[in-house]
Design a binder for this molecule. Structure first.
Ligand code: NAD
Length: 495
């Protein structure tokens, strides 16, 4: 074990050994091999990181940096990510098993997130507010919050962390990131690149470790000004209540059980591809997975035939191989969770049309076959709960009203897909579906320019787009009396 690579925390631009002296292993899920050990952070490491972020926040070299210069730093970091994209893509593939070609695609667009916020940095400003007294000037300013805590999951670490880091830094905050314990490596590399780009050493700090230890300590730290979290709804609820008790804001991007709805006027061949993309891409390990598929009765058989046929021919294997279409689940417990949900579905009366088995794909890894469940309905746990794996539940429906009722009958509200050639229907559905993102005749589209927000138990707050400015700044209202007139009555001093 002594030869295994060790990854330290990155605090104040330095590699820092964990205060506990403890390390934990990270495993390549495609092979089961240990690939590195990471520092097992606890409250002491978090305290060091928050102190570093706090002192950088107060340092004039950061505080007085013009927004335009801050934008230059973001742009430079975007450039560096582009220069190191192959290495970063491989790092994530080895950690969480996502296809290398998918990761190359994500890395190709990742610099654009940084460029987008680089351009926004010097366009954040307040406004002058007209009040009833012309002698009083009332204006607003937008200030950074301070130290932001960012806690992220394992499924797309660089992209999901960038969604927090870029707007937080753009607005003049400093950040402590606690990445998922399954994917520490790429986030540590990102923080190193931030130092290389010229960010002050304590602007981006990373404490690795487990949620209950490092994560909880970060959430509970009294100097934190805001917590930005992406992960499961259960953890999000705990974090939200902890933040609320201390009156700090939280942005929460949580779970989903998104409907993907196919009408009989759709291009069914394209819709079938959209269904496959929605649930089998990334082995279903995406928050926006289209895990509930609704097909209008007259195209139900055709859609099912197409989806099942494509699902059955998906090439499972090494995520580094360009020919592979489905890589492993990110870790063994995740594979076991998927397997137990499919078993539960069988017990609940579901029929497994294709898939339904775990495999090691001949590589020693933790894979699960693309699985299609039928004979399911909204009363079953496999339809109600997030599985976070390659498992689609397919159900028929008769008309718009019925499918709206079925699709909205969920605690989640992250995303929804609609497949139709009828323009009016597309708009009606977009208006009536209770989800923060609606895709019509496409699925999984994403851009730094397009805001996204989870409805219901899928989250609170916005990521991406200009609305994000409000998530990472606070508004101050300044009143200036320009009049030298004597104050006549101190008991009614108002405008
Ligand atoms: P998770 O909630 O188990 O963990 C997420 C992060 O929180 C990890 O870094 C973990 O260490 C940390 N954490 C766990 N317990 C904590 C605690 N008590 N205090 C502080 N931090 C704690 O989620 P996961 O399994 O890593 O990720 C999968 C989930 O994330 C799914 O539910 C998925 O839908 C969701 N997700 C949502 C989005 C979105 O944008 N809405 C995107 C990706 C993933």
């Amino acid at each position: 074990m002594s030869e295994t690579r060790r990854l330290h925390h990155l605090i104040g631009g330095e590699r820092v050994t964990p205060a506990s002296g403890a390390w934990f292993e990270s495993t390549n899920p495609a092979t089961g091999q240990v690939i590195y050990q990471a520092a097992r952070g606890d409250a002491r490491d978090v305290a060091l990181a928050v102190a570093s972020a706090r002192s950088t926040f107060e340092d004039t070299r950061w505080r007085d940096l013009s927004p335009t210069r801050r934008g230059h730093l973001l742009r430079r970091l975007g450039d560096l990510i582009g220069e190191h994209s192959e290495d970063l893509a491989r790092t994530e593939t080895l950690d969480n098993g996502k296809l290398l070609r998918e990761m190359r695609g994500q890395l190709a667009s990742l610099p654009e997130y940084w460029y987008y916020y680089a351009g926004l940095a010097d366009k954040v400003h307040g406004s002058v507010v007209p009040t009833s007294d012309h002698r009083v000037l009332n204006y607003t300013t937008r200030e950074p919050l301070g130290v932001v805590g960012a806690i992220t999951p394992w499924n797309s670490p660089l992209t999901l962390t960038t969604s927090k880091l870029a707007p937080a830094l753009m607005a003049g905050n400093t950040v402590v990131v606690k990445p998922s314990e399954y994917t520490s490596a790429s986030i540590l590399r990102l923080a190193e690149l931030a130092v290389e780009a010229g960010f002050p050493a304590g602007a981006v700090n990373v404490v690795t470790g487990f949620g209950a230890e490092a994560g909880q300590a970060l959430v509970d730290h009294p100097d934190l000004a805001k917590i930005s979290f992406t992960g499961s709804t259960a953890t999000g609820a705990r974090i939200a209540s902890s933040a609320a008790a201390r009156f700090i804001g939280s942005t929460l991007e949580l779970g989903g059980k998104s409907p993907n709805i196919v009408f009989d006027d759709a291009n069914v061949a394209n819709a079938a591809m959209g269904v496959v993309a929605g649930i089998f891409a990334a082995a279903g390990q995406t928050c926006i997975a289209g895990s509930r598929v609704f097909a209008q009765r007259s195209v139900y058989d055709e859609l099912l035939e197409r989806v099942t046929q494509r699902a059955g021919s998906i090439r499972i294997g090494d995520p580094l191989d360009d020919a592979t279409e489905l890589g492993p689940l990110a870790f063994t417990d995740q594979r076991d969770k998927v397997a137990s949900y499919v078993d539960l579905g069988r017990d609940e009366g579901a029929r497994v049309l294709t898939g339904g088995r775990a495999t090691d794909a001949g590589l020693g890894g933790c894979f699960y076959e693309p699985t299609v469940l039928v004979d399911v309905d909204n009363s079953m746990r496999v339809v109600r709960e997030e599985i976070f794996g390659p498992v689609a539940a397919v159900m028929p429906f008769d008309d718009e009203d019925e499918v709206i009722r079925l699709a909205n009958d969920t605690e989640y509200g992250l995303a929804a897909g609609v497949w139709t050639q009828n323009l009016s229907r597309a708009h009606r559905m977009a208006a009536r579906l209770e989800a923060g993102t609606i895709w019509v005749n496409t699925y999984r589209a994403m851009s730094p320019m397009s805001p996204r927000q989870g409805f219901k138990s899928s989250g609170v707050g916005i990521e991406h787009g200009t609305e994000t400015v409000k998530e990472y700044t606070r508004l101050k209202s300044v009143w200036i009396n320009t009049s030298e007139d004597p104050v006549a009555d101190p008991f009614v001093m108002r405008s």
